[in-house]
Design a protein around this ligand. Structure first.
Ligand code: GLA
Length: 370
């Protein structure tokens, strides 16, 4: 197992093969932005850049042992910086992943105003969220894993949020083909925190058509319905009898064309599911199976919710690293999280981190075949 760091030169950061010359590694610098490659004993490779703590690529085998890159992304860092419609491919999003209504919340009697960068709402931490900052990266390794530790200190009032937030995110790839993400944070003032990873998967390979034939299971009997701006109404609604019932595996496209107000508001699925947590702790949140390749992914998390977003805003205008356009619904995200707009929803699990507390949460993406 190994972790390699590649820092690329020039105006353009080639996050893919362009970094490598003559089989060796070309190491130079570009504003401290680097590409790290994690490889396990099974040949699975995960590439991560410290720009936005972004997963740029995941090479995973199909049932015949053929590898494909199953994560959407770019091969140049400028594309991450300048992407139209901000898809947040592969990045860590925060300080508050997902939406905060009208970009406002009140905490300890003080009202905070955040950027409204998604219609009338605040999304994924604002204009320069954690997906658009340069984290400090250092390779780590241990018993059976190779990985990367990323740290970033968000300043008090950065993007309007209270408190200096000191963060650490680790990505670990182990020989069970698990990508394990651990999030840690501490603060010096009470603040909302909701960190998640925004990888878009296509288990048939990035750029290989839509994900509508993928079979999804979400371990959730309820979801949080939203208004037309995708802010939860506060209700925890049973999925039974609705297109949101993924309690048994079902093709993503099976019910997506149903006449349903929630699907209309989301332009498809773009909703938080209330995970069945049993006794809490680490539980299975979702599985996805792509029948042609046989690739199977499981998502486990300590978080109470998961946003299932099926790439409704992709429309073929963005071209991925292999030169293929990312078509409408050409990727899906399973973002483990606290429920959207929690700072304004007293009945949702609290997302407030206080001084002296440690924010600590784990999510695992496990890859196999069937
Ligand atoms: C999240 C949101 C979506 C969309 C994507 C990025 O998943 O819930 O509505 O904004 O990010 O395009």
């Amino acid at each position: 197992m190994r972790t390699i760091m590649v820092v690329c030169a020039g105006l353009s950061i080639l996050l893919m093969s362009g970094c490598f010359t003559g089989g060796g590694v070309n190491v130079t610098d570009f504003d401290g932005i680097a590409l790290y490659e994690l490889k396990n004993d099974n040949g699975v490779v995960v590439k991560i850049t410290n720009y936005g703590a972004t997963v740029t690529s995941i090479l995973a085998p199909d049932r015949k042992g053929n590898f494909a890159d199953i994560a959407l992304g770019y091969d140049r860092v400028e594309d991450y910086m300048n992407a139209v419609d901000k898809p947040y491919f592969g990045s860590i999003v925060g300080r508050y992943g997902n939406r905060i209504a009208k970009g406002k919340f009140t905490l300890n009697g003080e009202t905070y105003t955040l950027a409204t960068n998604n219609g009338s709402n605040h999304l994924h931490g604002g204009v320069i969220g954690f997906d658009k900052v340069v984290w400090s990266g250092s390779p780590i390794s241990g018993d059976g894993f190779t990985g990367l530790e990323l740290t970033y200190m968000a300043k008090d009032r950065e993007e309007g949020y209270p408190g200096n937030l000191s963060m650490k995110v680790t990505y670990k790839l182990n020989n069970d083909n698990e990508l394990v993400i651990d999030y840690y944070a501490t603060t010096d003032k009470a603040t909302p925190v909701n960190l998640t990873n925004h990888t878009y998967f296509n288990l048939a390979g990035e750029g290989n058509g839509t994900i509508l034939g993928h079979k999804l299971m979400v371990n959730a009997d309820r979801f949080t319905p939203v208004d037309e701006t995708l802010i939860p109404t506060g209700e925890l609604k049973p999925v039974k009898g609705t297109p949101f019932d993924f309690t048994s595996p079902k093709a993503i496209g099976h019910d997506i064309k149903q006449k349903n107000q929630q699907l209309k508001f989301g332009g498809g699925y773009d909703h938080n599911f209330v995970l069945n947590k049993g006794n809490g702790g680490m539980t299975l949140a979702a599985t996805v199976y792509e029948p042609i390749s046989g690739r199977f992914m499981e998502v486990l998390t300590e978080e109470p919710g998961i946003q299932f977003y099926c790439g409704n805003f992709l429309d073929g205008r963005l071209t991925g690293k292999a030169g293929k356009p990312y078509v409408h619904r050409g990727g899906f995200c399973l973002e483990t999280q606290h429920y959207p707009d929690s700072p304004n929803q007293p009945n949702f699990p609290s997302c407030i981190l206080k001084p002296g507390q440690v924010y600590k949460t784990k999510t695992i993406y496990r890859f196999s075949t069937k």
